[in-house]
Design a protein around this ligand. Structure first.
Ligand code: ASP
Length: 653
């Protein structure tokens, strides 16, 4: 098998004589065997270099090497620093007459030109070693050089420390990719995906199956991108995920499916969202929730980069109700405390108007968080801005209380909090010296949400003042389980929508409530959270066609005709099944510590969903739209845009 692959590869190379082929095959196969045993990839096979710029050390002294790379620096026409993805190496430009042509090439080539040099690895003269450079003990004494391609004037310098706007980076993405940071991010991503494939396919028998990207509208869920077809009035949609296909694969007996799947959602970009993104998409038959969770814990443990602290399994889990009550969100950041505490009982007899009001209502509660060391680190204006945020975004009043600190620059209402209430607060919330309590009142969900948001804001404020709350080396995984099956629709709270998606099975203990109190039904949906970010979600699915039809048609009021193929398939002996999808971009973003998911995607879209390099999406002339039977109806204020058809392109700034 191996030698057959190798000979096919060699046949594809330029045409060496039989003897040379034999030699190449011999040495290549030895090197590849060695590399596979040691798991060190061969970085210079098949190409015009012998080594990478970053790999040379004192152990290579005396070796004749050929390197290819970009000119990073030149000093006094004597030294040149050459760069490739692997690192930097110093090259000594020959000064003697006989090497005048080599000197000319290396001295005249503009920065960032790509060159090939051949020479000997020599020691740097004593005292001239550079301990900051991994290759700092050696340099290359050049014998020959070739300018492979000259570089014109660049829009920005290719140096990681040189600041540039993101718009400029995206417009010249191919140059931005030359930075060590982008190289690191994309190479780490590739390695992790490779390990995931290995774990799923080689260790657990998963089958990697591609599913279509031209599909039709899926009821419920995200907005989809529409693709015109040549049939009048008929459109494809880009799938928001391979959900239906992966379930159909289970019906088809492909009982362990996975795919590195591209998904599309027309929802605009946010720092952690892209209109097109990648999921590690998984589905299994005959599995329960614990099975899926163990699989994912093993997958992350196996693929985790070796330079990070190892992943500890099993991951803790928390119910949705608990997450909301203690952290005010379904994706709690469990790296730090400051949990929400219900203090309704402390204020049953309060004189404070808004607390009294809240507690007189049926679902009324009083809740609080305690900011440790808040009195020391937060300023009066911080507290005011937190209160303003609560008022502007949640329409909630928030009261600061300083139970132990000897200062009271908070609102006058706080004075109405009696001494015994303060002591009870100190006991209940375990308040230390300098702790500040932020208190709010209202309906449970609303009070929790506002405090959840303030908890994160406070963490940012305290960290900005130098307190370390969230260790950057810590990866805190958490399963959130027992979600409600349905939520009230945002735009019409009288109607229901799926909390996950309409194919999620109800919790077995709540099935009896489906017909009577659907809002009370919990689901078999689970989310994986990492450091307060949702990095995955999935569920055990409905495999009974009747139940699926009832949920779609009666409870969600969806058009079941759109899903008749799936409903029919469930009726043909569909096995029980479940799955999950991990958001690969977000996961890699957190692992690398990148500021945005755009930093771990080779060619991302801008904040407004544009490709700033190629100017996509772009206009099409009417005659090209004709075959699709569509016409653009231009909004009144877009005359300028219309006339800009075929005009030169100006990127977003
Ligand atoms: N398709 C789902 C999603 O994209 C994941 C799953 O349920 O497996 O969120």
């Amino acid at each position: 098998m191996f030698s057959c692959w190798l000979s096919r590869l060699c046949r594809g190379l330029s045409t060496p004589t039989g003897r040379v082929t034999h030699l190449i095959q011999g040495s290549l196969s030895r090197r590849l065997m060695l590399s596979s045993q040691r798991r060190i990839p061969e970085l210079s096979s098949f190409v015009a270099r012998t080594n990478t710029c970053g790999e040379l050390r004192s152990s290579h002294l005396g070796q004749e090497v050929t390197l290819c790379g970009w000119i990073q620096y030149r000093r006094q026409n004597i030294f040149l620093v050459l760069r490739d993805f692997h690192g930097l190496v110093q090259v000594v430009i020959p000064q003697d007459e006989s090497a005048a042509s080599v000197k000319k090439i290396l001295c005249e080539a503009p920065m960032e030109s790509v060159v090939q040099v051949s020479g000997t690895v020599i020691s740097r003269p004593p005292g001239q070693e550079n301990p900051k450079m991994p290759t700092g003990e050696i340099e290359i004494k050049v014998k020959s050089a070739q300018l492979l391609n000259a570089c014109k004037k660049l829009p920005f310098e290719i140096k990681d420390f040189v600041k540039k706007t993101e718009a400029l980076r995206l417009q010249y993405r191919y140059l931005d990719l030359r930075s060590f940071q982008m190289q690191y991010n994309l190479r780490l991503r590739s390695r992790m995906v490779m390990k995931m494939r290995e774990y799923l396919c080689n260790l657990h028998g998963f089958v990697d199956i591609e599913t279509p990207t031209l599909f039709k509208r899926t009821p419920g869920g995200a907005k989809e991108f529409v693709i015109p077809s040549r049939e009048p009035g008929k459109f494809y949609c880009l799938p928001q995920s391979p959900q239906q296909f992966k379930q159909l694969l289970m019906v088809g007996g492909l009982d362990r499916y996975f795919q590195v799947a591209r998904c599309y959602r027309d929802e605009g970009s946010r720092p952690d969202r892209q209109p097109e993104f990648t999921q590690i998409d998984i589905e299994m038959s005959f599995v329960d929730q614990i099975g899926i969770r163990s699989l994912i814990e093993g997958l992350l443990q196996y693929s985790w980069p070796s330079d990070k602290d190892p992943v500890v399994v099993p991951f803790p889990s928390m119910t949705f109700a608990e997450a909301l009550a203690s952290y005010g969100t379904d994706k709690p950041d469990t790296r730090f405390g400051m949990k929400i505490v219900d203090i309704s009982d402390v204020f049953r007899n309060t004189k404070v108007g808004f607390l009294q009001d809240a507690l007189s209502k049926p679902q009324g509660t009083v809740k609080a968080i305690c900011i440790s060391e808040g009195a020391k680190y937060l300023k009066r204006k911080d507290i005011e801005s937190l209160r303003k945020l609560a008022a502007d975004h949640f329409n909630q009043e928030v009261l600061p209380v300083f139970p132990k600190a000897n200062r009271n620059w908070n609102s006058p209402v706080a004075k109405s909090i009696m001494e015994e209430q303060r002591s009870e607060l100190i006991r209940l919330m375990e308040i230390q010296e300098d702790g500040v309590v932020l208190l709010t009142a209202g309906e449970h969900r609303k009070a929790c949400s506002v405090l959840g948001k303030l908890r994160l804001e406070c963490a940012d404020l305290l960290e900005a003042r130098g307190l370390v709350l969230r260790d950057p080396a810590l990866f805190s995984f958490l399963w959130v389980v027992d979600f409600p099956l349905f939520l009230p629709k945002e735009e019409n709270p009288g109607e229901l929508e799926s909390a996950h998606h309409p194919f999620t099975a109800p919790h077995p203990s709540d099935i009896h409530l489906l017909h009577t109190e659907p809002k009370q039904v919990r689901s078999q949906h689970y989310d994986l959270v990492l450091n307060g970010n949702e990095i995955g979600g999935g569920s055990i699915r409905i495999h009974d066609a009747e139940l699926q039809r009832y949920i779609l048609a009666t409870l969600l009021k969806e058009d079941v005709k759109l899903l008749s193929h799936l409903l029919q398939a469930l009726d043909f002996g569909a096995p029980p099944h479940g799955g999950i999808a991990l958001g690969l971009d977000r996961l890699i973003c957190l692992v690398t510590g990148a500021p945005s998911i755009r930093d771990v995607i080779a060619f991302p879209k801008s904040f407004r969903g544009h490709d700033l390099m190629s100017n996509a999406p772009d206009s099409l002339p009417p005659e090209e739209l004709k075959p699709y039977h569509i016409q653009v109806s231009w909004p009144a204020d877009s005359e300028a845009e219309k006339s800009s058809l075929n005009q030169p392109y100006h990127p977003e700034s």
